[in-house]
Design a protein around this ligand. Structure first.
Ligand SMILES: [Zn+2]
Length: 561
């Protein structure tokens, strides 16, 4: 058994953990989980049967027999009956507050036809009544039969009094109806903003309603800001949803306004997941100023760093490649608006790095990935050696030479496995057989020495980490056409997938000393699954359900609550 009294005392002494009162020092046990199969992620003791929790931290990890000795003083005992225990999942890339709004908004993801798409929007307009915006949606024309991009004239008749701006599943294209285009002042004469496209009908020149990347902002800036109370409600919905899926830490790719929402929930003691907020790289000066004046936060909530964009997405043909798209030879993708004027992204990253801030840059196409690695290399050379943990968000399509560069830079490949079983249905049509070979190259990146951090990109993909693990391990596309795995050489083991959702996630947040493994002295964030995903056939992993979620030493989800 590994007892954590020394570690707990040390942590208390360093002031890293608060809320562990004097009572804890005598190993006061609040919760004991026994008869489990515990994957700890701790190299000193990779597997165990039982975990004892006191206050906010893990006190001891060992066998059921050892832990039973602690029982007389334990407030609560949970017999796991052989269930699997993992460190609480860390989702390295979410749009967490937005997710709360999406939970309550229109769902278009599984609309199977134009008729169904229109019917759902019509129903929402009736439910909302005149004037209220219809947003989110996550539509996916690849799921329509036949696949066909939507147009505003599909929905204008059913939404005469509601502005509509529903997003594609990748969030890089929206469909606006005529009411919304009018509010934004978009006509056939409106030029596309840098890094965006107003899709126009080739015959009439009129906007079809589809707006790509920065062009969507022309409409989205007209959407009234939700009230602070509405935001608190949405954030609470996200937190409940995360607890149901065993997620105890998230990176929130958002803005300072989102930080303030979670700050209020932290103040009220209502956080049931640790939230690390990344704000737009365009706000580098503001963040550097805030961080200089006050500490970056605590283990519940942190203003973690800056998020930037180099390009768009594959699905919207705005991911930026060296060579043209196979199915659209007229384009190689688009650089994001944040890349203009030329050189500004590098200037901001240099500035962030000088201020000691972590940056997380979205790069999907192979050229976008090469560009961001170039910038990282130059910034490191200019500012000198430092523990940076550069993050590339998505790191989706990478030239073989750049995979090695990820390793050399010690960069984080912050990837979302669910995207691969989704995009794998049609990616080859878009970029051809050669580029597909180094697409979602998780195993190659790992072998090259990059740190793989898994996430969902919720609401772009489901928040569920179990689905992410299933996707990374099997690489079976959603259409069932690749039972042996799509680009099968890039499958990772269950253990590597779990590590990418726990240990590695903590490392990318500079938080490996306090979480990510199940070891004495670590924060007590745990998830219990109803089946052993290490033992079941890989295709059954996705069916695993969360039985119990422990956050900060407390059960926040589950029957045993
Ligand atoms: Zn995202």
């Amino acid at each position: 058994m590994r007892l954590g009294c020394g570690a707990v005392a040390l942590i208390l002494a360093l002031g890293l953990v608060t809320g562990c009162g004097k009572a804890r020092e005598g190993n006061m046990v609040d919760l004991v989980l026994v008869n489990g199969k515990v994957w700890t992620g701790d190299p000193e003791r990779p597997w165990a049967e039982a975990v004892a929790v006191g206050g906010r931290t893990i006190l001891a990890v060992g066998t059921t027999a050892e832990m039973r000795k602690l029982l007389p003083s334990a407030m609560k005992l949970v017999d796991l009956g052989g269930a699997l225990v993992l460190p609480g999942f860390i989702d390295s890339h979410t749009h967490f507050l937005a997710g709360g709004f999406a939970l309550k908004s229109i769902q278009l993801h599984d609309a199977k036809s134009r008729e169904e798409f229109v019917a759902r929007i019509a129903a929402k307009a009736r439910e909302f009544g005149p004037g209220r915006w219809i947003l989110d949606g996550n539509w996916d024309e690849e799921g329509f039969s036949p696949p066909e991009l939507p147009r505003r004239d599909w929905i204008d008749a059913v939404t005469p009094d509601n502005p509509v701006c529903v997003s594609r599943i990748d969030l890089h294209t929206v469909l606006a109806n005529t009411v919304a285009l009018k509010l934004a002042g978009i006509t056939k004469h409106t030029p596309a903003p840098p890094g965006g496209e107003i899709v126009k009908d080739p015959a009439t020149g009129e906007p079809t309603g589809l707006l790509k990347d920065t062009a969507a902002d022309l409409v989205m800036t007209k959407v009234p800001e939700p009230s602070f109370a509405e935001k608190l409600e949405a954030a609470a919905a996200s937190l409940r949803y995360a607890a149901e899926h065993g997620v105890t830490s998230v990176n929130e790719m958002a803005d300072a306004a989102s930080f303030e929402v979670f700050q209020e929930l932290a103040r009220r003691g209502r956080l049931t997941a640790r939230v690390h907020v990344y704000i737009p790289v365009t706000e580098v000066e503001a963040l550097a100023r805030i961080r200089m004046k006050s500490p970056p936060g605590d283990d519940h909530l942190q203003l973690a760093g800056l998020k930037g964009f180099v390009d768009g997405s594959l699905g919207s043909a705005t991911a930026y490649f060296f060579e043209p798209y196979t199915d659209a030879p007229g384009t190689s993708g688009l650089l994001h608006g944040q890349m203009f004027p030329e050189g500004v992204m590098e200037k901001r990253i240099l500035e962030a790095d000088r201020a000691g801030l972590q940056v997380a840059i979205h790069a999907i196409g192979d050229r976008a990935n090469a560009l961001v690695l170039d910038i990282f290399e130059r910034a490191a050379a200019a500012n000198g050696p430092r523990d940076r943990r550069w993050r590339v968000e998505h790191a989706q399509h990478i030239r073989p030479a750049d995979i090695a560069r990820f390793g050399r830079l010690g960069a984080v490949a912050s990837v979302q496995p669910y995207h691969l079983i989704d995009d794998g249905r049609w990616a080859e049509r878009k970029i051809g057989p050669e580029r597909v070979k180094t697409t979602y190259a998780f195993e190659s990146l790992r072998r090259a020495g990059a740190t793989l951090a898994f996430g969902s990109d919720w609401t772009v993909a489901p928040l569920d980490p179990v689905l992410g693990i299933y996707a990374a391990v099997t690489r079976r596309t959603l259409d069932g056409k690749n039972p042996g795995g799509w680009v099968a050489g890039e499958k990772v083991t269950v253990e590597e997938a779990v590590r990418a959702y726990t240990v590695n996630g903590a490392w990318t947040q500079f938080a490996e000393s306090v979480k990510g493994t199940i070891a004495p002295g670590k924060l007590a964030d745990l998830v219990v699954l109803d089946r052993d995903i290490f033992a079941v056939p890989p295709e059954e992993i996705g069916g695993a359900r969360v039985r119990l979620t422990v956050f900060d030493g407390k059960i926040v989800y589950g029957k045993d609550r």
